[in-house]
Write a new protein. Sequence first.
Length: 331
Amino acid sequence: MEPIIELKNLTKTFGAGGGQVSALRDVSLAVYPGEIFGIIGLSGAGKSTLVRCVNLLEHPNQGAVLFHGRDLTGLKEKELRMQRRKISMIFQSFNLLEQRNCLDNICFPMELAGIPRKEAKQRAMELLETVGLPDKAAAYPVQLSGGQKQRVAIARALASDPEVLLCDEATSALDPKTTDAILKLLQTINRERGITIIIITHQMSVIEQICNRVAILDAGQVAEIGAVEEVFRNPKSPAGRRLVSPSMALPLAEDMPLARIAFNGNASADPIIASLVMDLGMKVSIMGADTRNVDGKAFGTMLISLPEEAEKKKTILDYLNAFAGVTAEEV
């Protein structure tokens, strides 16, 4: 399958001279049709800059942004506007027009595209039904809750019949219950309409609930990328470990040998450490543990102490790695 969106060696800087800041450094990734792709990182990692480069709201200094294999960075403004209609965006702050009611907010992009008013209103009413707000056509943004505003923003984003939906921190201003409802709505849109969704977030819970694959961004670079289950089971980068298991990102004592154990849903219920102590006769201390629910499956990480002797370390690691669904490594 060919990517619907492909970023190749993107670099983006702001400022000049001694005040220059590198927001993105040689970023490459591919997003495939129909998937929900997450991009996560801590504040300042370059997430929002990256998503704004996807639809050329920000132009990269170097690199290519391919949509169906066509480089958007080489298009003239008129051609770029045509392509942007297929790549819609929703924002953390909703960006609704306060002087327009919900129906007219959704009609706005259709007006810009030259769609007749009657047709645009009919389409807008259908989209309000899609997002669960058929009774809010005449309401103004000031009369809506945060979750309702985001639903209207999603309906507006769908008005141009996009192939890709970019979500820039779309749930970070919402409470957990409303966030859950918005994520379920996005999943429904993805499933029923086949729209590819790219989600920018700093919340691991969002990635857990909705994404198929995830890219971890760190200091403007891709630290790692892979299936959500694999990244949660065994994060390979320091940035990945900080996000997946913040309390276990670094050893608690530099002079203490430690092992990080990652286990999936099947292994999480097994008494692995108790078995290790009984079968090998070696005592270990649990220094930390964390478990997450990813798509209905339990994924966890545990940090345990190791003996100083190299042979005993190897015996313990070999024993743990023999369990199905378990990965153990010295850190």
